[in-house]
Design a binder for this molecule. Structure first.
Ligand code: ATP
Ligand code: MG
Length: 368
């Protein structure tokens, strides 16, 4: 199969691929960008896989950065563009369920595609747009299925993060998880214990913000993966309630955490530690707390000027957009108008400073 119109992102990288080929090596586009091009979706980072070893890539190109040379990845700078070029590799003996003990560089594309997680992520494309599909990824793309490459149990046993990746792709792409792959997730869900919270959080947030979150949340609950995610273990029933919220796409992670916390009914004094357990940044934690405060206010009644002053317009509007999930109408225009009417929008706009007040009162106290 040949891609009819090759997106610009690939065209721009063609020179780089041809340069590698001119030196006698193979080079292909691989992974997410090929999948997304075939799905007619926008493409971010174009990844390149090659039979050339990292040292050979560094001899071909003048401007390179060693971003992950142990894993075979060299960043090649080409004018404004930069490309991650990774040597074909195999991975062996995953003793800790998350990282291969040994990465071996190989000259065979097939070996490289075999170690990838899902068939739809194991597609490669050459400079002419010909698709190399060794694991029936095209069929699965058409049938909208997430299927592990090879034996799913072995693949999740090698790297447990793949289970969370599978779930997030189900949400992002609105795909179903193939039966054997799903059974393997259920069988091995407890291996998530071996994966760092930060890596689980990245996938979970993508799942929450995906096109069809419900499609991933149900298997996330049914396979018990949730039990190995921070703070969720006791909340199986509430997670189901969360999955039943209107299935409209959520715009930001702050909104997603807010909706999750509301559905789970996490008590106020536990919210901070819940978010901390997910290792979120202080900025995100603060924003979520602001959202929850604002949402509670709005579920009780109208905005008070002081709330709008404290939250700022952006957060207030973001909260307003959440009312939809609680079967309430958002009042975006009213919120904006009310915010505009505030006498000031920032403490700095006060005509007097704190120091001036202290001086004034001290003087008056002394004089009085
Ligand atoms: P996104 O659009 O979110 O970037 P992606 O498929 O490009 O999705 P990446 O995390 O960027 O995902 O990984 C690039 C490719 O590397 C994947 O398409 C897949 O082929 C492979 N890959 C990534 N993580 C794993 C993993 N844990 N196990 C096996 N293969 C993986
Ligand atoms: Mg990617």
């Amino acid at each position: 199969m040949k891609l009819k119109t090759i997106p610009d992102e690939f065209i721009r990288a063609t020179g780089t691929l041809k340069e590698i080929q001119a030196h006698g090596f193979e080079a292909y586009f691989v992974g997410g960008s090929v999948r997304d091009a075939l799905l007619n979706q926008s493409i971010h980072d174009v990844d390149i896989a090659t039979s050339a070893y990292p040292e050979e890539i560094k001899q071909i190109f003048h401007r390179t950065i060693d971003v992950g040379i142990d894993h075979g990845t060299v960043l090649v700078l080409d004018g404004e563009e930069q490309y991650e070029i990774t040597t074909f590799r195999t991975e062996s003996a995953y003793q800790d369920f998350r990282r291969p003990d040994k990465v071996t560089f190989v000259r065979s594309l097939k070996e490289d595609l075999k170690r990838r997680d899902f068939t739809i992520n194991a597609l490669a494309m050459d400079v002419e747009g010909n698709i190399i599909d060794l694991f029936d990824g095209m069929d699965d793309l058409k049938r909208q299925i997430i299927r592990a490459v090879g034996n799913p149990k072995e693949r999740f046993h090698e790297d447990a993060l793949r289970m969370m990746r599978g779930l997030r792709f189900a949400s992002q792409l609105d795909f179903s998880i193939e039966t054997k792959t799903l059974e393997a997730i259920e069988a091995f869900h407890s291996l998530l214990d071996k994966i760092s919270v930060e890596r689980i959080a990245i996938e979970f947030i993508k799942l929450l913000l995906g096109k069809n979150r419900r499609k991933a949340l149900l298997p996330f609950i049914e396979t018990y993966c949730y039990q190995y995610c921070p703070g969720l273990k006791a909340y199986g029933k509430e997670l189901l309630t969360f999955s039943e919220l209107p299935n409209q796409r959520i715009d930001s992670q702050e909104q997603a955490w807010t909706l999750l916390i509301k559905s789970l009914n996490i008590p106020d004094h536990e919210i901070r530690s819940f978010l901390k357990a997910w290792k979120l940044s202080n900025h995100v934690i603060h924003e979520v707390q602001q959202h929850i405060y604002g949402l509670n206010q709005r579920l009780r009644g109208e905005w008070q000027p002081r709330d709008l002053f404290d939250l700022g317009l952006e957060t207030a509007l973001s909260v307003e957009n959440l009312l939809f999930y609680f079967d309430r109408n958002s009042k975006l225009e009213e919120t904006k108008a009310c915010y505009e009417q505030l006498p000031i929008h920032d403490r700095k706009q006060l005509a007097v400073s704190g120091n001036e007040l202290v001086t004034y009162f001290n003087k008056n106290l002394v004089n009085g």
